[in-house]
Design a protein around this ligand. Structure first.
Ligand code: IPE
Ligand code: IPE
Ligand code: MG
Length: 247
C-alpha cells in the first residue's frame, strides 16, 4: 500500500529529494478544542491520533527520521489536570506503540529527561525502545519532558565530569563531543522543521540540532494538520536553496 498510491495523489512532491529528517512541534491542540467548545484535553486526544496518522504517512513516503515535540520541560507549568491528561494519553500511546512498532517496522526513541516521569511511563518507554531497537524503517523520536537548554546543560555536565576525571582533554572538545552527549546522538540534524499552530518560535526545541534546518510555519492547528499540509511543507522545502554558509 502507501507509496505508489500516495505518489499519484500528490502534485509537486519530488520523492527523490525528500528531507531525510523532519522535526515537528505538535502545537495547537488546546486552541483547536476551545474553538469547538470542548475542553483543551479533548484537543490533546485528537492531536495524539493525528500524530499516528502523520507518522504512518511519513513512513510510507520514505522519511527516515521523524522527531516530534510532545511535552516540554516548561509544560509542567500547566494546570495539573491538563498535565495528567497529557501523561495518560502518552502512556496509552506508548502502550499501543509497543505493538505497532514491529508491525510498521519503526524504531522508537524518547528524547528528554526521565527523572520526573512516572515509573510506569518510564518502563513503557524502555520497553518500546527495546522492542523496536532492531527495526530498519523510520526512526521516530518522541521528545517527552524535553527542553533543549536542559539537554545542552546535561551535555555540559557530562563533559565537565569527563574533564575532571581525566577521560576528556578540555582542549580537544569539539562540536562532535557535544553532539555525542545530546539525546540526538546518532541521528542526522533535522532538514525540515514544521511548526503548526501559527506561532513562529522554537519554544526550546532542538536548539543545537536546528542550526541549519529549513523552517515551515503553518496556521493549521495540529489536530487539523493533514497529509496535504505535510506535502505543502515538503514542496516548500524542496524549493529552498540550502547554502550552509557557502555560496
Ligand atoms: C501542544 O498543544 C501540545 C503540548 C504542548 C503538550 P497546546 O496544548 O500547546 O495547544 P495550544 O497551543 O494551547 O493551542
Ligand atoms: C511547544 O508548545 C511545546 C510542545 C509542543 C510540546 P507550547 O505551546 O508549550 O509553546 P509556547 O508556550 O507557545 O511557546
Ligand atoms: Mg501551544
Amino acid at each position: 500500500m502507501g507509496i505508489f498510491k500516495k505518489k499519484s495523489e500528490v502534485q509537486g512532491v519530488d520523492f527523490n529529494a525528500l528531507p531525510e529528517h523532519i522535526a515537528i512541534i505538535l502545537d495547537g491542540n488546546g486552541r483547536w478544542a476551545k474553538r469547538r467548545g470542548m475542553p483543551r484535553t479533548a484537543g490533546h486526544a485528537v492531536g495524539s491520533e493525528n500524530f499516528r496518522k502523520i507518522a504512518t504517512y511519513c513512513n510510507d513516503i520514505g522519511i527516515k527520521y521523524l522527531t516530534v515535540y510532545a511535552f516540554s520541560t516548561e509544560n509542567w507549568k500547566r494546570p495539573e489536570d491538563e498535565v495528567s491528561t497529557i501523561m495518560s494519553l502518552l502512556e496509552k500511546y506508548i502502550l499501543e506503540a509497543i505493538e505497532e512498532v514491529t508491525k510498521k517496522n519503526l524504531r522508537l526513541r524518547f528524547w528528554g529527561r526521565r527523572d520526573n516521569l512516572s515509573k510506569n511511563i518510564i518502563e513503557l518507554m524502555e520497553k518500546a525502545e527495546k522492542k523496536s531497537e532492531e527495526m530498519t524503517g523510520m526512526q521516530v523520536n518522541v521528545c517527552l519532558n524535553y527542553g533543549a537548554r536542559d539537554e545542552i546543560t546535561g551535555a555540559v555536565q557530562k563533559i565537565a565530569s569527563g574533564v575532571l576525571d581525566g577521560s576528556i582533554d578540555a582542549a580537544s572538545i569539539t562540536e562532535e563531543t557535544i553532539g555525542e552527549n545530546l539525546y540526538s546522538f546518532g541521528a542526522p540534524d533535522p532538514d525540515l522543521l514544521i511548526r503548526p499552530g501559527g506561532e513562529m518560535r522554537l519554544s526550546n526545541f532542538l536548539l543545537w540540532q536546528l542550526a541549519y534546518s529549513e523552517m515551515f510555519f503553518s496556521d493549521k492547528l495540529w489536530p487539523e494538520f493533514d497529509e496535504r499540509e505535510l506535502d505543502r511543507a515538503i514542496i516548500e522545502y524542496q524549493k529552498r536553496n540550502r547554502r550552509f554558509g557557502g555560496i
